[in-house]
Design a protein around this ligand. Structure first.
Ligand code: ADP
Length: 449
């Protein structure tokens, strides 16, 4: 096994990876910005190296600073976590070219899946269902019109190089198409240095459901079932659960099979997620693959018993998966609530000093966080400071357990979104499982009205 791993990240995911390293007997190296001198990941790792000033661009996104830290600490492998450089194929290539192991998929898999047109091409070949629309890139307005008429309005124009919810435009009727098409092209060129766009039918009331996959270097790929991630605001997930309350066994089988086929098409190694949109009639379509670990991975860990970070490390070392698909059984229900340092309804960030932190505990409650009493949440990074995860034998029991965990959680000194979770968990639509990707925003609007 590796003797030492550098974690090129911060916050709860860095802590999660350091914990996995400790359990595997691997030494861990944290990198930290000047704003994270007192951060949990800096304190928990066996070694810690300062890599620059607070802004991400000068620290957690600085490839030279991270590579220098790997060199002076004699690390063997680099785990990128999520966000920052996790989906940067060039970083993966530099890591490998410098003689370290990249804990993630090959840079080719990352490049293909990072380019939406290339990814859809691959998925088509593999027989994974795609949202109806253009066959590849669209360059001319006249072609765009023809494709949109065939698919039927509304349509969505997307930048091939887009990501994080940026570079997309919804068009409801033909008169608006030409303007939106030209604007999407020029904005994509300016924002991503690539003005390639394509067109999809805009699905009006879908759910966001994703499949967790895990592959090794011996050609084995398994899935860990699906996650329901429709509770979103501004394309940011707020609460996730597994399994999806909407997916029946027959759909689950087809969906998870499509996830594995997608991963197989790019010879995927490591942990990855295939995102789908699912219509009310349960038809589903591939939208993208995230070639990294995801924030919401604990809900899949809990229903399957598979430690995803441990297996990311093991397969990066070359180990073969110790289980096959039929060994992976799903058990019960898991929910994750993301705890953000922000106003629960206005969503304004609330950095500052946490005067008191008390984590919930008890049966089947997991807290993945990077905070402690006296810790100052810096203003430079994402507002997510932790995640509460609960498990129970069924969804209803799991919701109750989460309600009591959220009640037990005490964070004093900074404002958090705890009250949002409290109300959401009590909401009849959430409790019945009848919601889609628009639910949260519509509900928030109603509450403000
Ligand atoms: P990004 O890479 O920017 O996250 P995605 O392709 O994953 O882009 O899409 C982000 C979100 O945009 C989806 O979760 C969904 O809410 C919405 N979206 C994308 N494609 C469609 C579509 N064809 N119809 C309806 N909504 C869509």
């Amino acid at each position: 096994m590796f003797h030492k791993i550098l974690i090129a990240n911060r916050g709860e995911i860095a802590v999660r990876i350091i914990r996995a390293c400790k359990e595997l007997g691997i030494a861990s190296v944290a990198v930290y910005s000047e704003a994270d001198r007192e951060a949990m990941h800096t304190r928990l790792a066996d070694e810690a190296v300062c890599i620059g000033p607070p802004p991400g661009a000068q620290s957690y996104l600085s490839i030279p600073a991270i590579m220098a830290a790997a060199e002076i600490t004699d690390a063997e492998a680099i785990h990128p976590g999520y966000g920052f450089l996790a989906e940067n194929a060039e970083f993966a290539e530099i890591v490998i070219a410098s003689g370290y192991t990249w804990i993630g998929p090959s840079s080719e898999s990352m490049r293909t899946m990072g380019d939406k047109v290339a990814a859809k091409d691959k998925m088509k070949e593999a027989g994974v269902p795609l949202v109806p629309g253009s066959d590849g890139a669209v360059y001319e307005v006249e072609d765009a019109k023809k494709i949109a008429r065939e698919a039927g309005f509304p349509v969505i124009i997307k930048a091939s190089a887009g990501g994080g919810g940026r570079g997309m435009k919804v068009v409801h009727a033909e008169p608006a198409l030409a303007g939106a098409f030209n604007m999407c092209q020029s904005e994509a060129g300016a924002a991503f240095g690539d003005d390639t766009v394509f067109i999809e039918k805009f699905l009006e009331e879908p759910r966001h459901i994703e499949v967790q996959v895990l592959g090794d270097t011996h050609g084995n790929i398994v899935h860990l079932f699906e996650r329901e991630c429709s509770m979103q605001r501004n394309n940011q997930k707020v609460l996730e659960e597994a399994p999806s309350p909407f997916v029946d066994e027959k759909t689950r089988e087809k969906l998870c099979e499509a996830g594995v086929a997608a991963a197989r098409a790019v010879d995927y190694v490591g942990a990855g997620t295939i995102e789908f949109l699912m219509n009310p009639d349960k038809s589903f379509y591939f939208i993208e693959m995230n070639t990294r670990i995801q924030v919401e991975h604990p809900v899949s860990e809990w229903i399957t018993g598979v430690d995803l970070i441990e297996w990311q490390i093991r397969v990066a070392y070359g180990e073969e998966l110790a289980f096959t698909q039929k060994d992976i059984k799903k058990k019960g229900h898991a929910i994750e609530c993301r705890i953000n340092a922000e106003h629960p309804f206005k969503f304004t960030p609330s950095p500052g000093t946490i005067e008191l932190y008390h984590a919930p505990g008890g049966r089947s409650v997991r807290m993945d966080a990077a905070i402690y009493s006296g810790y100052s949440v810096p203003p430079f990074y994402d507002s997510m400071i932790g995640k509460v995860i609960t498990h129970a034998r069924d969804r209803q029991k799991c919701i109750r357990r989460m309600q009591r965990a959220i009640d037990e959680l005490a964070i004093i000194g900074v404002t958090t979104n705890q009250e949002l979770h409290r109300r959401l968990l009590a909401n009849p639509a959430f409790q019945s499982g009848e919601f889609n990707i628009h639910f949260l925003e519509r509900w928030l609007k109603e509450m403000n009205a």
